[in-house]
Design a protein around this ligand. Structure first.
Ligand SMILES: C[S@@+](CC[C@H](N)C(=O)[O-])C[C@H]1O[C@@H](n2cnc3c(N)ncnc32)[C@H](O)[C@@H]1O
Length: 371
């Protein structure tokens, strides 16, 4: 018997599917772009590897079955017939979430309860000796659309942007996988100077330094698939070993992060230390207007306060654009800004390369050269 094939979905915020698709291609995994992510068909090795190595992915779910869903009975029968023993241990708690669209069914809770019962029925059987069932719940989702349904199980566990190092946060931090998407969209490469003048908790520079070190984002965190009855431990041990291998930092690498807020500097320092990249970063308590660009040009990346999320932090977008034009000539920039900022910054002639929502706020990613 060959290794099982998984039909999986790699999720990201809608609007960032293309950079995710391109990153997966770099990892050797082909997929098709779908709203809010990328569909892939992979064996165990690639399923584990996407969870471990993808910087942009937010979560990876695996399809367990598709079933008729014109009644609760049809859902029960379809779900019960699916291969649950691959993913869930008898006795393990299961959390089911249901989304019901255009269906004549009694409601989400009734559907979720029916799926729970069907999974319990599928796992019923004589109690065999073996490892104790995990206490963490398997997370299952059913999407009913009309009279068919798709049932998936989560393979990631905690959302994948949680690398483990960002425990100290400043105001309105950007998710690590969105920061990685920005670096990807700006085509930043290790060796190019990186400056984040409004670093908050340091996400951009720390993420970039771990990229430069070749350290996989999931190297030090657990995944839900490690609890599956079919989990291949030897395969994962080999992948983890690879994930933890680190390359020496390029001598010329420069990661400069600063913020006008002393609390942000403290948070960045603590996070960088946890990530093992503190010595690679230069961190200073300087306001953007007073910052002197380093002699070697590179990429300036940042998400200034949008206003809605950071109290009193309304950014004067035109003033920021003037500082960029006057002091940062020759630099490339990648900015996450709210839609209304675009007009005030128009004279910089930056390109909008993506739009997505972060913390429920729509934002645009602007990339380009200054001067
Ligand atoms: C939205 S937060 C950045 C979040 C950061 N990317 C992270 O992931 O944690 C904006 C940051 O800009 C800082 N800031 C605002 N205006 C600034 C200025 N003129 N100079 C330097 N920092 C500034 C704020 O103190 C805040 O930490």
């Amino acid at each position: 018997m060959g290794s099982p094939k998984y039909r999986a979905f790699v999720a990201i915020a809608p609007g960032l599917e293309m950079p995710l698709l391109s990153e997966l291609k770099q990892l050797g995994v082909r997929g098709d772009r779908q709203p809010g992510g990328v569909g892939i068909e992979v064996g165990a090795e690639d399923l584990y590897a996407v969870n471990l190595f993808s910087r942009l992915a937010g979560r990876v779910t695996v399809e367990v079955c598709r079933t008729k869903a014109n009644s609760l009975k049809a859902i029960h029968n379809g779900v019960k017939a699916a291969p649950w023993k691959r993913y869930v241990w008898p006795g393990q708690p299961v959390e089911v979430r249901a989304t019901v669209i255009r269906a004549k069914l009694p409601g989400r809770n009734a559907v979720a309860n029916k799926v729970s019962l069907a999974i319990a029925d599928a796992l019923r059987g004589p109690r065999l000796p073996g490892p104790r069932a995990p206490r963490q719940a398997a997370k299952v989702h059913i999407l009913v659309e009309g009279d068919t349904a798709r049932v998936t199980v989560d393979s990631s566990g905690d959302l994948l942007h949680k690398r483990g190092w960002r425990q100290a946060t400043a105001k309105a931090p950007i998710r690590e996988n969105y920061a990685a998407a920005m670096l990807h969209l700006a085509e930043w490469q290790p060796g190019e100077t990186l400056v984040d003048p409004m670093c908050g908790s340091g996400t951009f520079c720390i993420e970039a330094a771990t990229i430069a070190l070749g350290r996989a984002p999931g190297a030090d965190r657990p995944f839900a698939f490690e609890r599956w009855p079919t989990f291949d431990k030897a395969l994962m041990t080999a992948l983890r070993r690879e994930a933890r291998e680190m390359e020496p930092l390029d001598e010329d690498s420069l990661f400069i992060c600063g913020d006008r807020d002393a609390g942000a500097i403290k948070a960045t320092t603590a996070n960088a230390k946890r990530a093992g990249v503190l010595s690679a970063l230069s961190i200073d308590n300087v306001s953007f207007g007073k910052r002197v660009p380093p002699p070697e040009t590179g990429l300036l990346v940042c998400n200034p306060p949008y206003g809605e999320r950071v109290d009193g932090g309304h950014t004067d977008w035109a003033a920021m654009a003037r500082i960029l034009r006057d002091k940062w000539k020759g630099w490339r920039v990648a900015l996450v800004v709210p839609p209304h900022a675009k007009r005030s910054m128009a004279f910089l002639e930056l390109e909008e390369v993506a739009s997505f929502q972060t913390g429920g706020i729509p934002v645009r990613v602007l990339v380009g050269d200054i001067g």
